[in-house]
Design a binder for this molecule. Structure first.
Ligand code: FE2
Ligand code: FE2
Length: 238
């Protein structure tokens, strides 16, 4: 699980819960794809099998989150249009890069550290989502507890491999760096929503101002035909 949204929810809001579950599902699906790519491209049978097992777990988590979401949608009769899983969103929301896989950009030692650090963060976020469901949806809580056990194992395996292949001191330096970068990436992802209330009004103001300016911009026209661009005299723009 590489990039997941903030999951802290105060009161039970079924629609918001479904939104968060949908984001978790997207993160799981993306992680599974990255793992499959790694499995196919690593030159080591044992590691390849490990990546495949990891991918299967992540696909399973995707299905669990999607099923919980669908149950809530049914139960609360929510309009599910905005809550569907759209594969293209994996690119648009930054879960998967369009031009490369993470595995291609990192050596296996560093890839293991990257996975370990991100699985740790995913685990923490999932704990707060699980606690939210504990109160309101106990059956979902149990399912998420099972996902947590898998995530714990993923982090443990990855970091054990990283420790052995990097050496103690280098491991400590790299894991500290990766934890800091991962923390900042997740902080940035979570802040996008939080600060939209500042940037959205600024954007609207700019659009209104541009509209206002264009209202007074008198372009001289040479009306010879219906082509709007051709009818504008170039000197009136300069
Ligand atoms: Fe997962
Ligand atoms: Fe995982």
């Amino acid at each position: 699980m590489f990039l997941i949204p903030k999951s802290s929810l105060k009161n039970f809001d079924p629609e918001r819960c479904c939104f968060v579950l949908n984001e978790f599902a997207a993160a799981e699906f993306s992680s599974a794809i990255e793992m499959l790519f790694a499995a196919k491209n690593i030159n080591n049978k044992k590691l390849s099998e490990g990546f495949i097992r990891h991918a299967i777990d992540e696909y399973k988590h995707f299905t669990i989150f999607t099923n919980i979401k669908n149950q809530i949608i049914l139960e609360y009769k929510i309009n599910k249009k905005k809550l569907s899983f759209v594969p293209n969103h994996l690119y648009n929301k930054g879960y998967i890069y369009k031009d490369h896989f993470i595995f291609e950009k990192k050596k296996i030692n560093n890839f293991a550290i990257f996975i370990g650090a991100n699985e740790e963060i995913a685990e923490k976020k999932l704990i707060s989502l699980a606690n939210h469901f504990k109160q309101h949806k106990p059956s979902a809580f149990i399912k998420i507890q099972n996902i947590l056990k898998d995530e714990e194992r993923h982090a443990e395996y990855s970091l054990r491999f990283a420790k052995n292949s990097n050496g103690f001191l280098l491991y400590k330096i790299k894991i500290t760096k990766e934890r800091t970068i991962s923390f900042l990436r997740h902080l940035y992802a979570n802040s996008l929503n939080k600060f939209s209330f500042i940037f959205y009004p600024i954007l609207i103001t700019i659009l209104i101002m541009v509209n206002f300016v264009t209202y007074f911009l008198k372009l001289k026209k040479v009306t010879t035909n219906d082509d709007v661009m051709k009818n504008i005299e170039p000197s009136s723009i300069a």
